[in-house]
Design a binder for this molecule. Structure first.
Ligand SMILES: [Zn+2]
Length: 64
């Protein structure tokens, strides 16, 4: 019989009740950071740096 319980979307270990849908608080933070970086990076950086400065630095936050 298969259990209906889900795997952690970050590391695919079995989820824990306390940290659903993740296996641990650490994976929960990893997922949260993914969302935050995806939403914040564009408007926050544009005012501070010109386009040429960004390409020179190759800021890893810009890459997808
Ligand atoms: Zn995990």
């Amino acid at each position: 019989m298969k259990k209906p319980s889900a795997k952690c979307p970050i590391c695919e270990k079995p989820t824990q009740e306390a940290t659903k849908p993740f296996c641990s608080d650490r994976c929960k933070q990893v997922d949260l950071n993914k969302w935050l970086s995806g939403h914040y990076s564009v408007p926050a950086v544009e005012e501070e740096f010109s386009e040429s400065e960004i390409s020179d630095l190759e800021d890893p936050r810009i890459l997808h």
